[in-house]
Design a protein around this ligand. Structure first.
Ligand code: F6P
Length: 319
């Protein structure tokens, strides 16, 4: 192996830059050449490549987003586009590719594998819905962003004695909602993994008011429903003054936490090691503090476990 490529794909996540930096610097340390692919699989199809040197990744470890930019590229599903991408990689003399992204990106990497392109995946998504790793890059930063938002909403919620319903991202998973809800002391957390009953949530709100609570915060994972609808229903049922805040893409931006930078640095470097060891079609993850390499097929077979115990704890503590 002489030359490797690196790309970021799907929704950006804070820490992707630290991962790119680790891939580039670890590869150069081992005497490899590195080429960056701009705009993920879309750039692969278009042949949008840039040579990467040590200096190309200087001053990016602390920046959110991705300097390689990213895209969702449904066009990659077409065989013609896949063949074009493979041709472009071969023309560049790229022997292997590190793909930083989520499940969809790994499926793309796996397709490249079927054409004989060696790929390794690095989990980068705020949703934390990738199995075989405790956390994906960006999750910790997103949770901190949401916790910070809850703190701010709490100030105004207390002042006005209101109920706030806050909608957070996560696609079909409730990991962000659970972690931020626990850290932010939310009264109720609605996630797609656990069925909920609006009447129970109302009873909880009413009990809180009787105990002298000045505000309540309900966190709704986008996969569990719409905060606007939940807010409307709670208002109707309890007659309490209710406001809705949808955090949206604010959650995905900003400087990555130290945890995400460390995770990204370790996983980016581990991806290069994995390629150098001649292992392909795999994802590198971190479990209980140790790097773990798992085949894409195994990652696709498993479902990320939802920490039910933490969910129960959050419910007990918000009693
Ligand atoms: O997968 C990351 C994520 O931020 C999800 O939480 C969210 O549902 C989705 O991406 C939003 O996608 P887009 O940025 O394309 O609107």
């Amino acid at each position: 192996m002489r030359k490797i490529g690196v790309l970021t794909s799907g929704g950006d996540s804070p820490g992707m830059n630290a991962a790119i930096r680790a891939v580039v610097r670890k590869a150069i340390f081992h005497g490899l050449e590195v080429v960056g692919v701009r705009r993920g699989f879309a750039g692969l199809i278009a042949g949008d490549f840039m040579p990467m040197q040590l200096g190309s990744v200087a001053d990016i470890i602390h920046r959110g987003g991705t300097v390689l930019r990213t895209a969702r590229a449904p066009e990659f599903l077409a065989r013609e586009s896949q063949e074009k991408a493979v041709r472009n990689l071969r023309d560049q003399g790229i022997d292997a590719l590190v793909v930083i992204g989520g499940d969809g990106s790994f499926r793309g990497a796996s397709v490249l594998g079927s054409y004989g392109i060696h790929t390794v995946g690095v989990p980068g998504t705020i949703d934390n819905d990738i199995p075989c790793t405790d956390n994906s890059i960006g999750f910790d930063t997103a949770v901190n962003n949401v916790t910070d938002a809850i703190n701010k909403v709490r100030d105004t919620a207390t002042s006005h004695e209101r109920v706030y319903v806050i909608e957070v991202m996560g696609r079909n998973s409730g990991h962000i909602a659970l972690a931020a809800g626990l850290a932010g002391g939310a009264e109720s957390i609605l996630v797609p993994e656990v069925p909920y009953n609006l009447n129970e949530i109302c009873e909880r709100l009413e009990r809180g008011v009787k105990r002298g609570k000045l505000h309540s915060i309900i966190l709704v994972a986008e996969g569990a429903g719409s905060a606007l609808e939940v807010g409307e229903a709670l208002k109707k049922k309890t007659n309490m003054e209710t406001r809705v805040t949808i955090l949206g893409h604010l959650q995905r931006g900003g400087t990555p936490t130290a945890y995400d930078r460390m995770l990204a640095s370790r996983l980016g470097a581990a991806a290069v090691d994995t390629l150098l060891e001649g292992c392909y079609g795999k994802m590198v993850g971190l479990e209980s503090g140790k790097v773990k390499v798992t085949s894409f097929d195994e990652v696709f077979r498993q479902k990320k476990e939802f920490p039910e115990d933490l969910y129960k704890l959050a419910t007990i503590l918000a009693i």
